[in-house]
Design a protein around this ligand. Sequence first.
Ligand code: NAD
Length: 441
Amino acid sequence: MSKQMKQVPDSEISVNANVYDRRHFIKSLVAAGAAISVLPAAGFAANASSRPTFRVGAVGVGGRGRGAMANMREAAEVAGVEVKFVAVADPQESAVEEAGNQFDVPAEYRFVGFDGYRKVLDAGVDVVILATPPSFRPLHFEAAVEAGCHCFIEKPVAVDPPGARRMYATGEEAGRKGLSVVAGTQRRHTNGYLAQRDAIRDGAIGDIVGGKVMWCQNRLWVRNRREGESNAMYLARNWVNFLEVGGDHIVEQHMHNIDVANWFIGRTPSMALGFGGRARRQSGNLYDFFSVDFDYGDNCSIHSMCRQMNGTYTRVGEWLTGTEGALVGGSRVSRFDGRSVDLPEYDLHPNGQVQELVHLLESIVNEEGLNETRDVTDSTVSALMGCLSAYSGSIVRFIDLTEREDSEWYDWKVNPVAEDFEKDEDVYMPEEEVAPVPGTV
Ligand SMILES: NC(=O)c1ccc[n+]([C@@H]2O[C@H](COP(=O)([O-])OP(=O)(O)OC[C@H]3O[C@@H](n4cnc5c(N)ncnc54)[C@H](O)[C@@H]3O)[C@@H](O)[C@H]2O)c1
């Protein structure tokens, strides 16, 4: 990444995304002290113009999967490499066909079914996009790393503690293999957030002592059950309404904001105490709202709230207060109490979902081993802590999910699990419209 320092004299600081400069890839290489080369990295094919060419596969080609494929195309342009989409998989034939047609995937490499990820990996891909519902991420990521693939993994990366621990372990294995892994936490790849991160590290707002993070909006979609549809296919399509496949919305959606808090504070919360409830939903088993106190230790607490209810106020973002100032995530308003602060300017693509893939491709070319698995898993676990606290009414600690084998939460897991979908289309069906009741979970 390239950055230049800029003196900002006033107390109201607004950082705008830079107009993107096509030459930034070369600048990034220079900044990183890397040798500039247009030769292909070892192991990758070169095309006629001697650019490295990556064979890319995608697993889960719904809205985000296809979006990430389009972003990958744009990122390749920016990074000065070629990408070729060689295989796609999804249990829905319509999604496979749509992605296949849009990205010119050969007909024999369009795989329909829950075991399609294995076939994509067998097709000899250099890079794989994993954009299924989150409950499948640990299984698919493990297989991808075993196959030696660089990965783009959508967030969140698990829906239960065993899945999260599997992500940590696979992330470490990816590191040992020198693979690059980038997660769909795109705020970490945008100018405004990166500038704030650096300013905080330089002491611009002192120690962060509190704040609030929120994602309040209307509810997401409902995909009703089709006549004769199997449980597995119904859950795969209507996943966003079932905690077993999508996590609840504190995990699936609000984790983006919790991720920013973790990133800026520099650590994960040590415990969570929260509540939530279900009032209006008519599909699946999620809560409508959560309110959680995340205790980060050292007298720092963050209030997290999220709601998905139609007709209610929409507000999404992060507001953090330090001993010497405050900021709003993404840098629209930052108060540094009248002091001059050096804010770096990153020369990045204005769309974080493109830029994160530029960083992935650059990391592969330069053999940098950029690996975001731990960060995205930490934030997934943090959100899960809040979720489980609200479901149960208990205090839940980070170590309950990650280290303490004697904790009641350590082996809390969803049913059905990802592997069940491959074995039998008639997987266990969670009871609809029945949500967890605190005090009884
Ligand atoms: N970073 C972001 O801003 C962002 C935005 C949207 C979605 N997402 C994440 O992307 C993921 C996908 O979300 P989406 O909006 O594309 O949902 P979607 O429903 O549009 O697409 C998911 C696709 O995965 C398929 N699928 C289900 N189980 C599968 C399996 N076992 N193997 C292969 N494919 C499977 C479904 O059939 C569907 O086509 C989620 O984790 C979501 O949280 C991230």
